[in-house]
Design a protein around this ligand. Structure first.
Ligand code: SF4
Length: 284
């Protein structure tokens, strides 16, 4: 069996930074909690819980110090923490903080904002709270007409388009093209805020999926970027498996002749990738 592991598979710098700092906090402070999942990966969350981090879903459940997850939180959480005298260890990825700043800045300048991404994703819930009253979330192409209609109703003249950091680059470009076909004014500012880590993993997944007989995507089932890699791999490879751990591998589908590509989302720990490789190697 030939196994090719993507060079960019696994933790991105934002996740690496958040996990390392959360571990340091756990050593220093036994009563530390984290608001929501630090990253979207069960194995990572379980490891942090073993190290003493308590995961909470409401800031009011926190002790004196609380970690803010890598996807960021709503603006109101910062105000609430101040009000309750809770110190924040803000591990929001700098790329997400940059989007919050853009949203706030352009909203103050009078722009209407189109956010391309999944409405219910924690990152988007956070970003929306920095957009003021004039924004529309475009989940996919089917939302474009309604978004334009809402924009027109406000009589605003300026429009900013931004995206969730883990959105598909291909779909972002398609949506932006469609919007530009319908809004002819020169007042559209487009900021491609999809992060490099996402772009690189998507590009490498496509390249690898074209070369191999089977692709394995390792990642959390609720990880947005891992799901995108899975969708992308399916376009270029007939056999694609999406697994969170090595236990989910369907070993019947492999033999000594198999050529297997492995990619992993930005929140997948190295250990999970290694265990998948070990299991595949054992088949040989
Ligand atoms: S995928 Fe990008 S935005 Fe998300 S944590 Fe990693 S570096 Fe930050």
């Amino acid at each position: 069996m030939r196994i090719i592991i993507g060079k960019t598979a696994g933790f991105c710098f934002g996740v690496e930074n958040a996990v390392t700092k959360a571990e340091e906090e756990a050593k220093k402070n036994k009563k530390i909690s984290c608001l929501g999942e630090l990253v979207h990966n069960t194995q990572v969350t379980d490891e942090l819980a073993k190290k003493g981090i308590k995961f909470i879903d409401n800031i009011e459940q926190a002790n004196k110090r609380v970690i803010i997850r890598s996807h960021g939180v709503e603006k109101q959480i910062y105000d609430k923490a101040k009000q309750l005298g809770i110190e924040l260890v803000d591990l929001t990825c700098p790329k997400v903080l940059h989007i919050h700043k853009l949203a706030q800045e352009y909203s103050k300048k009078g722009y209407y904002i189109f956010l391309i991404g999944k409405k219910k994703h924690p990152e988007m819930i956070g970003t929306v709270s920095f957009c003021g009253d004039y924004y529309y979330v475009i989940e996919d192409e089917s939302y474009i007409n309604q978004a334009i209609e809402e924009f027109r109703k406000t009589n605003k003249e300026k429009l900013l388009i931004i995206a969730q950091t883990t959105y598909s680059l291909e779909k972002f470009e398609e949506i932006v093209d469609k919007i530009k076909e319908n809004i002819k004014e020169n007042n559209i500012e487009i900021k491609n805020t999809i992060c490099n880590a996402t772009k690189q993993r998507q590009e490498e997944t496509e390249k690898l999926a074209k070369q191999v007989g089977t692709m394995i995507i390792v990642g959390g089932k609720h990880s947005s970027n891992s799901n995108k890699l899975y969708e992308l791999a399916k376009k270029f490879c007939k056999n694609v498996m999406f697994v969170e751990t090595e236990e989910e591998l369907d070993i019947e589908k492999f033999d000594k002749e198999s050529v297997v590509g492995i990619m992993a989302g930005a929140s997948t720990p190295k250990k999970s990738i290694e265990k998948v490789v070990e299991k595949l190697t054992a088949i040989c």
